[in-house]
Design a binder for this molecule. Structure first.
Ligand SMILES: Cc1cc2nc3c(=O)[nH]c(=O)nc-3n(C[C@H](O)[C@H](O)[C@H](O)COP(=O)(O)O)c2cc1C
Length: 186
């Protein structure tokens, strides 16, 4: 196996080793207890006012609903996402029913955090996650017809990675994170 250097900084191995694979092992399936743990991890994420403005449509290759998702994948993501043991469509509750009143100003923020929990739980179980937006949002929205106030945000492919992380991974420096977008006092 190729030696892949971990990102520096001493962060937890679950975070350091996480990456978004472009190849999944199609022979590795996600069983019900594993699926439940992934959803349980998302369930325990923090959210504004404990609003929990998230919902997940899941499907596995052996399930009839899988084809309902696969046909909306962009060709680029279909190349790898169809081999994953699990596809998750993420939905957020942005509005109260059909009104434009926000259900929570932080709905998308909270959904992202729930997916981060799911991703780390996957990593702890020897699985990997690749979040993506490369799918036909309009077509998938028609397909799943979410209730009023709900919107599809992204998809996540989860399964056993069939490749090593890339050697080169670009990240902004910590110094840059601490510097950029505000104005110094006069
Ligand atoms: C909201 C979101 C949308 C993304 N959309 C795509 C996508 O459409 N196609 C893709 O290949 N990767 C997609 N990614 C994965 C990112 O490209 C990836 O996380 C980033 O390049 C960092 O790489 P790493 O996750 O391996 O560290 C997406 C990630 C997020 C969080």
């Amino acid at each position: 196996m190729r030696h892949v250097p971990l990102p520096r900084g001493g962060i937890h191995p679950l975070l350091a080793q996480r990456f978004s694979p472009y190849r999944f092992d199609p022979s590795v399936t996600i069983d019900d207890p594993t699926l439940n743990l992934l959803l349980e991890a998302a369930r325990w994420a923090p959210s504004a006012g404990n609003s929990q403005p998230w919902s997940f449509f899941t499907s596995r290759p052996q399930e009839p609903d899988h084809e309902r998702l696969v046909r909306h994948l962009a060709p680029g993501s279909a190349r790898w996402a169809t081999d994953a043991g699990l596809l998750v469509v993420t939905l957020t509750r942005r509005h109260v029913d059909e009104t434009q009143l926000p259900y929570s100003d932080f709905a998308d923020y909270d959904l992202g955090q729930a997916i981060a929990h799911m991703t780390v739980q996957a990593q702890a179980m020897g699985l990997s996650a690749h979040q993506f937006r490369a799918f036909d949002l309009e077509g998938l929205t028609k397909e799943l017809s979410p209730h009023a106030g709900w919107a599809i945000v992204s998809m996540v492919a989860l399964g056993k990675a069939a490749e090593e992380p890339p050697v080169r991974r670009e990240r902004r420096s910590v110094a840059d994170l601490l510097s950029a977008p505000w104005t110094a006092p006069e």
